[in-house]
Design a protein around this ligand. Structure first.
Ligand code: NAD
Ligand code: GLY
Length: 356
């Protein structure tokens, strides 16, 4: 098992990565916090697969443990679902020493984190991420949110978990499409911060697609270490943390203009990263080699790179609604070389239109 720390003063916590860890979640929580009770929140299908094992690990510590199910899908990340969870927690008499356990992917993690941040002004929660995306990205860093009809992640809070327990074994039941989507975020870390990780992906993509343990644990650990380092420097995204949004500016536009139905998040990010690299080259920030290598790697990982046909003015409109856009200025994360990026505070519309 690998133990990484994220140093955020009194909000610091460990990220544990390894095989079979879900069955030991209670043992890992014990030295961190002694809860009055534990509530595991998950989707029905994940409950069938792992709910009992995870709950048993808390029961073994002598803690009263309940499981609450939430329907799957992005649609569950909303205020009415959060309200149902508050009702349930009140019925269970959960108090400020109760611990919530987010067992699932980014949808569960974001929703449970948000409920933990707001129930009785904040109660502890831990993340037990079961998708690759949530293991390398969403479970670390404390961004919690629900969606609003007018935009994704519009209602939320920065609220850190007390612990992250990433069990690589759970990825074996994850659909291929979801697994590949998580790989898009791993590629992102290579582009923004680590040329060696990028090269590792170029060399080992077949083993990684095959879920071979050694390369898989290497990419999860490296990704978490990069994310932890970024969050330690800028927890509340005043500026630097925006680098984690490489590819997401176009990606979010693609997701919202296709009603969050045609692509999963990582696929939209893959297309977004390919466009962002093209844009970086077309404004002279990087050589032609950079978008070429990025597209080749994404294709090898089975990810899409070409934008779907979308109305350019609708894409521009969507970019103006991006959370990074301030004072009507579209911010972009551009790549200068693999492993190195630059935040550009105002990208002219005509440059963006050239790569759409
Ligand atoms: P998800 O949570 O919807 O999970 C994808 C699907 O996989 C679901 O149907 C789920 O039930 C299923 N699943 C999960 N684990 C499984 C397993 N081990 N075996 C079989 N099936 C399994 O999707 P996701 O990609 O994990 O997360 C996407 C969400 O994460 C989005 O809402 C996005 O906004 C959010 N996100 C948040 C952050 C952050 O920093 N907080 C970062 C990136 C993305
Ligand atoms: N996924 C982007 C962030 O955590 O900042």
């Amino acid at each position: 098992m690998q133990r990484l720390g994220i140093d955020l003063g009194e909000r610091s916590y460990d990220i544990l990565i390894g095989l079979g860890l879900r069955k030991r979640a209670g043992e890992f929580l014990k030295p961190v916090f002694e809860p009055s009770r534990v509530v595991v929140i998950t989707h029905p299908s994940i409950n069938d697969l792992y709910g009992e094992e995870v709950a048993e690990s808390f029961i073994a510590q002598g803690w009263t443990t309940d499981i609450i199910e939430v329907p799957e899908g992005e649609f569950s990340k909303n205020l009415s679902q959060a309200e149902k969870l508050y009702d349930h927690l009140l019925e269970l008499n959960c108090d400020r020493k109760s611990v919530l356990v987010a067992l699932g992917g980014g949808v569960i993690g974001d929703l449970v984190g948000f409920v933990a941040a707001t129930y009785q002004r904040g109660i502890p929660f831990i993340q037990v991420p079961t998708t690759l995306l949530s293991q390398v990205d969403s479970s670390v860093g404390g961004k919690t949110a629900v969606n609003h009809p007018k935009g994704k992640n519009m209602i939320g809070a920065f609220y850190q978990p007390r612990l992250v327990v990433a069990d690589l074994e759970t990825l074996r039941t994850l659909p291929q499409k979801e697994y590949r989507a998580g790989l898009a975020e791993v590629v992102k870390y290579g582009v923004i911060a680590d040329a060696r990780l990028f090269e590792f992906l170029e060399t080992h993509y077949k083993e990684i697609l095959n879920l071979d343990h050694k390369p898989l644990s290497h990419i999860v650990e490296t990704s978490c270490a990069i994310k932890a380092g970024v969050v330690e420097k800028d927890e509340r995204e005043n500026h630097y943390r925006m680098i984690l949004n490489f590819g997401h500016t176009f990606g979010h536009a693609i997701e919202s203009l296709t009603e969050y139905a045609r692509f999963v998040h990582g696929e939209a990010v893959a297309m977004g990263m390919a466009r962002a690299a093209q844009l970086s080259h077309s404004v002279g920030k990087c050589s032609e080699e950079v978008p070429k290598r990025l597209e080749a790697l994404l294709k090898n990982l089975g990810l899409p790179v070409d934008m779907p046909s979308l109305d350019s003015s609708a894409v521009m409109e969507s970019l103006y609604h991006d959370k990074k856009t301030m004072d009507h200025k579209i911010r972009f994360i551009l790549v200068t070389e693999i492993g190195s990026i630059e935040i550009v505070d105002q990208m002219p519309e005509e440059e963006i239109l050239k790569v759409l």
